[in-house]
Design a binder for this molecule. Structure first.
Ligand code: ARG
Length: 288
């Protein structure tokens, strides 16, 4: 009798453990669609997020932020679903609660801090340490300082840091033209519809490598240190997912993934100097 009671007791204990174990796995990370991490991104910002046209479906989205999204999904034991959309729409989707987060090369901006939960920073190499203006080769040497942009048409992406830089640092009579997509803005620059385009330097390097006839103007915006790295946008008040995201970001940083992802993303984006960049990094490590 005693032995039976013990066995029954043990079985009950094991069952309870198994059931609570399952429960925990299900509830590990709460997302809009259970079991799925939905991430919005605007795939027009190489090397952070862009389209590999040789692929289809979810596989076509590549870049640093895609590596990061995959890492987070794995950490959270969720399936990843990337939702491609315009940069402006990414922000609206997070606010509306249509996606769990947006990982799309976001810089810190005070208005974003007001409207979203911002994750801690993550570090995508030199991508946004400088904000610059690119132009066509025939403008070489002609657009190097802010006053040179008087009467010129300068493009920038809607709802971006680059747009606010143009608005606050270019002369009042510069014509600032907003583009929903950076790809469309590059086309407009090639066609001569705009004189110049404001971009993050890392993104500018990729554009120049891939589009013949475009150069750096030599002008650089003044930016705050707070704007030099990127962060993830989550819905205001979603503190639980923000906290888990920060823990995962810390883990990725400590594991040294960021420089590797950035280098890999630059190579995928066809940056001419990608191998040189890698060599420099190694050289730096050696000299430390
Ligand atoms: N870092 C800049 C910002 O926060 C530009 C980001 C653009 N990202 C993109 N996927 N188009 O405004």
């Amino acid at each position: 009798m005693k032995k039976n009671a013990l066995i029954i007791g043990l079985t009950a204990l094991l069952l309870a453990a198994a059931v609570s174990g399952c429960g925990q796995a299900e509830a590990k990370v709460k997302t809009i669609t259970p079991g799925v991490l939905t991430v919005a991104l605007s795939p027009d910002f190489a090397p952070m997020e862009f389209v590999d046209t040789s692929k289809t479906g979810q596989d076509q989205y590549v870049g640093f932020d895609v590596f990061l999204a995959k890492y987070l999904a794995e950490e959270f034991e969720l399936k990843l679903e990337i939702k491609p959309m315009g940069f402006d729409a990414c922000q609206a989707a997070v606010q509306a609660g249509a996606v769990d987060m947006s990982i799309s090369g976001f810089s810190y901006l005070p208005e974003r801090a007001e409207n979203f939960n911002l994750s801690d920073y993550y570090y995508a190499g030199e991508n946004e340490t400088a904000q610059i203006i690119i132009t066509s080769a025939e403008n070489e040497g002609k657009l190097t300082k802010a006053s040179d942009y008087s009467g010129k048409t300068v493009g920038a992406q809607t709802a971006s840091l680059q747009l606010s830089c143009c608005q606050s640092q270019l002369p009042e009579d510069a014509i600032i033209k907003e583009f929903g997509s950076i790809d469309t803005a590059i086309e407009a620059l090639r066609n001569g519809q705009i004189d110049a385009l404001a971009v993050a330097e890392g993104n500018g390097n990729v554009i120049i490598s891939n589009v013949p006839g475009l150069i750096k103007s030599g002008f650089q915006f003044e930016v705050d240190e707070a704007e030099e790295n990127n962060l993830i946008l989550l819905k205001k008040g979603n503190d639980e997912l923000t906290e888990l995201t920060n823990q995962a970001l810390k883990k990725a940083n400590e594991a040294g993934y960021y420089p590797k992802w950035y280098e890999e993303a630059q190579i995928l984006a066809g940056l001419d100097t990608a191998t040189e960049v890698a060599m420099d990094e190694t050289a730096e490590e050696v000299s430390q």
